[in-house]
Design a protein. Structure first.
Length: 149
């Protein structure tokens, strides 16, 4: 009888242990290149620039990332293109997606910081092969939508 109770108790513990749900770790974003369209609002007019490449590079722990926008011209009158890095963007897993956010991030270009174009209100997401984000570069509303290369 004791052996039967002991065996039943062990069987119950095994079943209870097997039925416990183990939390899956949060997904980690991966480095990726995208191609898409940048839209900049300047003096009330939207300027679209197509075929803009963006590189998304997450930190080792996946909680932040740098976003590098290649060869961007904010308005047609701008005489040069710039490669601009937005460092320290916050990355938050949300199901299969990753939410992007940032406030008071100082962009980098031409080997230095550009505090006059402080990035505020950055929000966006990576969903499957798509990335989208919007932000303010100083006083200039800017958005990007792209597809993974």
């Amino acid at each position: 009888m004791k052996h039967l109770l002991k065996t039943a108790a062990i069987a119950c513990m095994v079943l209870i242990g097997a039925s416990c749900k183990h939390d899956d770790p949060d997904p980690v974003p991966v480095k990726a290149d995208f191609s898409g369209t940048v839209t900049v609002t300047y003096r009330g007019t939207d300027y679209d620039t197509e075929n803009i490449k963006v590189n998304f590079t997450p930190s080792a722990d996946g909680k932040t990332a740098d976003i590098l926008i290649y060869a961007i011209k904010f308005v047609p009158q701008m005489p040069v293109t710039l490669d601009i890095t937005i460092p320290g963007v916050s990355v938050t897993p949300s199901g299969k997606d990753f939410l992007l956010s940032g406030e008071s991030l100082i962009p980098l270009a031409l080997g230095g910081q550009y505090p006059n174009y402080n990035v505020t209100g950055l929000s966006g997401k990576i969903s499957g092969d798509q990335i989208s984000f919007s932000l303010m570069f100083g006083d200039y509303p800017t958005s990007y939508k792209g597809t993974k290369l």
